[in-house]
Design a protein around this ligand. Structure first.
Ligand code: BGC
Length: 252
Protein backbone atom coordinates (compact mmCIF):
# COMPACT_ATOMS: atom_id res chain seq x y z
CA UNK A 1 0.00 0.00 0.00
CA UNK A 2 1.28 3.45 -0.80
CA UNK A 3 2.29 5.54 2.17
CA UNK A 4 0.28 8.66 2.80
CA UNK A 5 1.44 11.58 4.86
CA UNK A 6 4.88 12.63 6.02
CA UNK A 7 7.42 10.71 8.10
CA UNK A 8 7.99 11.90 11.65
CA UNK A 9 11.31 12.41 13.33
CA UNK A 10 11.52 12.40 17.11
CA UNK A 11 14.72 13.44 18.86
CA UNK A 12 15.12 12.31 22.45
CA UNK A 13 17.62 14.57 24.20
CA UNK A 14 18.82 15.14 27.74
CA UNK A 15 16.55 18.14 28.32
CA UNK A 16 13.85 17.99 25.64
CA UNK A 17 12.02 15.54 23.41
CA UNK A 18 11.30 17.16 20.07
CA UNK A 19 9.44 16.01 17.00
CA UNK A 20 8.26 17.23 13.62
CA UNK A 21 6.97 15.87 10.33
CA UNK A 22 9.68 16.09 7.69
CA UNK A 23 9.49 16.98 4.02
CA UNK A 24 12.13 14.61 2.65
CA UNK A 25 12.31 16.31 -0.74
CA UNK A 26 13.49 19.47 0.97
CA UNK A 27 15.09 18.08 4.13
CA UNK A 28 13.02 20.52 6.18
CA UNK A 29 10.30 20.51 8.83
CA UNK A 30 6.82 20.43 7.29
CA UNK A 31 5.18 21.83 10.44
CA UNK A 32 6.25 23.61 13.59
CA UNK A 33 8.33 21.38 15.85
CA UNK A 34 6.74 20.19 19.11
CA UNK A 35 8.89 20.06 22.24
CA UNK A 36 8.18 18.54 25.64
CA UNK A 37 10.65 18.49 28.54
CA UNK A 38 12.42 15.18 29.00
CA UNK A 39 10.85 13.54 32.05
CA UNK A 40 12.96 13.07 35.17
CA UNK A 41 13.91 10.29 35.60
CA UNK A 42 14.11 9.63 31.87
CA UNK A 43 13.05 5.98 32.07
CA UNK A 44 11.95 4.15 28.90
CA UNK A 45 8.30 4.20 30.02
CA UNK A 46 8.27 7.92 30.82
CA UNK A 47 10.05 8.80 27.57
CA UNK A 48 7.70 6.54 25.58
CA UNK A 49 4.70 8.44 27.02
CA UNK A 50 6.12 11.74 25.77
CA UNK A 51 6.95 10.30 22.33
CA UNK A 52 3.39 9.00 22.16
CA UNK A 53 2.01 12.49 22.85
CA UNK A 54 4.12 14.00 20.07
CA UNK A 55 3.12 11.26 17.62
CA UNK A 56 -0.56 11.80 18.51
CA UNK A 57 -0.22 15.53 17.95
CA UNK A 58 0.96 14.94 14.37
CA UNK A 59 -1.47 12.10 13.65
CA UNK A 60 -3.19 13.89 10.76
CA UNK A 61 -0.02 14.96 8.95
CA UNK A 62 1.67 11.63 9.46
CA UNK A 63 -1.08 9.35 8.17
CA UNK A 64 0.58 5.95 7.94
CA UNK A 65 4.12 7.18 7.31
CA UNK A 66 7.11 5.89 9.26
CA UNK A 67 8.51 7.20 12.53
CA UNK A 68 12.19 7.57 13.35
CA UNK A 69 13.30 8.03 16.94
CA UNK A 70 16.76 9.03 18.15
CA UNK A 71 18.29 8.15 21.49
CA UNK A 72 21.54 9.46 23.02
CA UNK A 73 23.12 6.02 23.20
CA UNK A 74 24.36 3.10 21.13
CA UNK A 75 21.57 1.16 19.41
CA UNK A 76 22.13 -2.28 17.93
CA UNK A 77 19.16 -4.24 16.53
CA UNK A 78 16.68 -2.06 18.41
CA UNK A 79 18.41 -2.57 21.76
CA UNK A 80 19.93 0.44 23.58
CA UNK A 81 23.45 -0.52 24.63
CA UNK A 82 24.82 2.56 26.38
CA UNK A 83 23.29 5.31 28.49
CA UNK A 84 25.86 7.98 29.35
CA UNK A 85 23.34 10.84 29.56
CA UNK A 86 19.95 9.16 30.00
CA UNK A 87 18.45 6.99 32.72
CA UNK A 88 20.49 3.85 33.24
CA UNK A 89 17.35 1.70 32.90
CA UNK A 90 17.76 2.06 29.10
CA UNK A 91 20.87 -0.12 29.27
CA UNK A 92 20.30 -3.34 27.33
CA UNK A 93 16.65 -2.42 27.05
CA UNK A 94 14.87 -3.81 23.98
CA UNK A 95 13.46 -0.39 23.18
CA UNK A 96 12.25 -0.75 19.60
CA UNK A 97 9.53 -3.38 20.27
CA UNK A 98 8.38 -1.50 23.39
CA UNK A 99 8.02 1.76 21.46
CA UNK A 100 6.29 -0.01 18.56
CA UNK A 101 3.76 -1.47 20.97
CA UNK A 102 3.19 1.85 22.67
CA UNK A 103 2.84 3.81 19.40
CA UNK A 104 1.04 1.06 17.51
CA UNK A 105 3.41 1.52 14.59
CA UNK A 106 6.80 0.37 13.30
CA UNK A 107 9.62 2.67 14.24
CA UNK A 108 13.31 2.94 13.55
CA UNK A 109 15.44 3.63 16.59
CA UNK A 110 18.81 5.22 15.95
CA UNK A 111 21.65 6.93 17.78
CA UNK A 112 21.14 10.72 17.86
CA UNK A 113 24.50 11.66 16.33
CA UNK A 114 24.09 9.06 13.58
CA UNK A 115 20.71 10.59 12.70
CA UNK A 116 22.27 14.06 12.61
CA UNK A 117 25.09 12.79 10.41
CA UNK A 118 22.64 11.23 7.94
CA UNK A 119 20.72 14.53 7.73
CA UNK A 120 23.90 16.51 7.05
CA UNK A 121 24.90 13.92 4.45
CA UNK A 122 21.66 14.22 2.49
CA UNK A 123 20.72 17.85 3.02
CA UNK A 124 23.55 19.69 4.70
CA UNK A 125 27.24 20.28 5.15
CA UNK A 126 28.37 16.76 4.18
CA UNK A 127 26.38 16.56 0.95
CA UNK A 128 28.47 15.17 -1.90
CA UNK A 129 31.57 14.80 0.29
CA UNK A 130 33.78 11.87 -0.73
CA UNK A 131 35.90 9.91 1.72
CA UNK A 132 35.48 10.14 5.47
CA UNK A 133 33.24 12.68 7.18
CA UNK A 134 33.18 12.84 10.97
CA UNK A 135 30.10 14.55 12.31
CA UNK A 136 30.41 15.61 15.93
CA UNK A 137 27.51 16.93 17.99
CA UNK A 138 28.53 19.12 20.90
CA UNK A 139 25.83 19.18 23.57
CA UNK A 140 25.27 17.45 26.90
CA UNK A 141 27.79 14.90 25.65
CA UNK A 142 29.74 14.52 22.41
CA UNK A 143 28.10 12.38 19.77
CA UNK A 144 29.84 11.26 16.61
CA UNK A 145 28.81 9.85 13.24
CA UNK A 146 31.23 8.34 10.75
CA UNK A 147 30.24 8.56 7.11
CA UNK A 148 32.41 7.00 4.47
CA UNK A 149 31.63 7.73 0.80
CA UNK A 150 28.03 8.48 1.74
CA UNK A 151 27.54 5.39 3.94
CA UNK A 152 26.99 5.64 7.66
CA UNK A 153 29.14 3.41 9.86
CA UNK A 154 26.77 3.32 12.84
CA UNK A 155 27.41 3.66 16.56
CA UNK A 156 30.83 5.28 16.61
CA UNK A 157 31.33 6.57 20.16
CA UNK A 158 34.28 8.87 19.67
CA UNK A 159 32.96 11.32 22.25
CA UNK A 160 34.23 8.83 24.80
CA UNK A 161 37.82 8.71 23.56
CA UNK A 162 40.13 8.84 26.52
CA UNK A 163 42.14 12.01 26.38
CA UNK A 164 44.65 13.12 29.03
CA UNK A 165 43.07 10.61 31.40
CA UNK A 166 39.52 11.91 30.89
CA UNK A 167 36.48 10.73 28.97
CA UNK A 168 36.70 13.39 26.21
CA UNK A 169 33.06 14.51 26.44
CA UNK A 170 33.51 15.38 30.11
CA UNK A 171 36.14 17.95 29.04
CA UNK A 172 34.96 19.23 25.69
CA UNK A 173 31.15 18.95 25.42
CA UNK A 174 29.34 22.29 25.26
CA UNK A 175 27.57 21.46 28.54
CA UNK A 176 31.02 21.45 30.18
CA UNK A 177 31.75 24.89 28.74
CA UNK A 178 28.55 26.14 30.41
CA UNK A 179 29.07 24.25 33.68
CA UNK A 180 32.65 25.43 34.13
CA UNK A 181 31.93 28.91 32.77
CA UNK A 182 34.65 28.62 30.10
CA UNK A 183 35.11 31.44 27.60
CA UNK A 184 35.08 30.48 23.92
CA UNK A 185 38.91 30.68 23.70
CA UNK A 186 39.24 28.51 26.84
CA UNK A 187 36.82 25.97 25.49
CA UNK A 188 38.50 26.07 22.06
CA UNK A 189 41.76 24.88 23.68
CA UNK A 190 39.94 21.72 24.72
CA UNK A 191 38.28 21.36 21.32
CA UNK A 192 41.68 21.76 19.69
CA UNK A 193 43.02 18.87 21.73
CA UNK A 194 39.99 16.75 20.89
CA UNK A 195 39.83 17.37 17.15
CA UNK A 196 43.63 17.06 16.68
CA UNK A 197 43.46 13.69 18.38
CA UNK A 198 40.53 12.58 16.19
CA UNK A 199 42.28 13.63 12.99
CA UNK A 200 45.51 11.93 14.02
CA UNK A 201 43.63 8.66 14.50
CA UNK A 202 41.21 8.73 11.56
CA UNK A 203 42.44 11.22 8.94
CA UNK A 204 38.98 12.42 7.92
CA UNK A 205 38.28 14.59 4.88
CA UNK A 206 35.81 16.78 6.71
CA UNK A 207 34.58 17.53 10.23
CA UNK A 208 31.01 18.75 10.63
CA UNK A 209 30.15 20.32 13.98
CA UNK A 210 26.55 20.15 15.16
CA UNK A 211 24.61 20.59 18.39
CA UNK A 212 22.92 23.76 19.63
CA UNK A 213 26.23 25.59 20.01
CA UNK A 214 26.95 25.24 16.27
CA UNK A 215 24.88 28.39 15.71
CA UNK A 216 27.75 30.26 17.43
CA UNK A 217 30.43 28.42 15.44
CA UNK A 218 32.14 31.64 14.33
CA UNK A 219 33.15 32.15 17.99
CA UNK A 220 35.16 28.94 18.23
CA UNK A 221 35.76 27.19 14.90
CA UNK A 222 38.13 29.93 13.62
CA UNK A 223 40.24 29.42 16.77
CA UNK A 224 41.08 25.83 15.78
CA UNK A 225 44.14 24.87 13.77
CA UNK A 226 43.57 21.57 12.01
CA UNK A 227 44.63 20.01 8.75
CA UNK A 228 41.04 18.86 8.20
CA UNK A 229 38.41 21.36 7.05
CA UNK A 230 35.89 21.89 9.88
CA UNK A 231 32.46 23.40 9.20
CA UNK A 232 29.27 24.01 11.18
CA UNK A 233 26.30 21.73 10.57
CA UNK A 234 23.86 23.33 8.15
CA UNK A 235 20.76 21.95 9.84
CA UNK A 236 21.98 22.75 13.36
CA UNK A 237 19.76 21.10 15.94
CA UNK A 238 17.12 20.15 13.37
CA UNK A 239 19.47 17.47 12.06
CA UNK A 240 18.46 14.73 14.53
CA UNK A 241 14.76 14.97 13.64
CA UNK A 242 15.38 15.21 9.90
CA UNK A 243 17.87 12.33 9.91
CA UNK A 244 15.57 10.11 12.00
CA UNK A 245 12.69 10.69 9.57
CA UNK A 246 14.98 10.03 6.61
CA UNK A 247 16.25 6.77 8.07
CA UNK A 248 12.74 5.61 8.97
CA UNK A 249 11.44 6.38 5.48
CA UNK A 250 14.26 4.48 3.82
CA UNK A 251 14.05 1.55 6.14
CA UNK A 252 10.45 0.63 5.42
C1 BGC B 1 26.55 9.00 23.98
C2 BGC B 1 26.32 8.93 22.48
C3 BGC B 1 25.50 10.12 22.04
C4 BGC B 1 26.12 11.42 22.52
C5 BGC B 1 25.30 12.63 22.16
C6 BGC B 1 27.17 10.33 24.32
O1 BGC B 1 27.36 10.41 25.70
O2 BGC B 1 27.40 7.95 24.40
O3 BGC B 1 25.68 7.72 22.12
O4 BGC B 1 25.40 10.13 20.63
O5 BGC B 1 26.32 11.40 23.91
O6 BGC B 1 24.04 12.59 22.75
Amino acid sequence: MAKHGLPLGIDVGGSGIKGAPVDLAKGAFAAKRQRIDTPVPSTPEAVADVIDQIVDYFDDVRGDSPIGVTIPGVVTHGVVRSAANIDKSWLDFDAEPMLEKKLGHDIVLVNDADAAGVAELHYGAAKGQKGLVIMTTLGTGIGTALIYDGELVPNSELGHLELDGYDAETRAASSVKDKEGLSYPEWATRLQRYYSHLEALLWPDLFVVGGGVSKDSEKFLPLLTLRTPIVPATLQNKAGIIGAAHLAAHHH
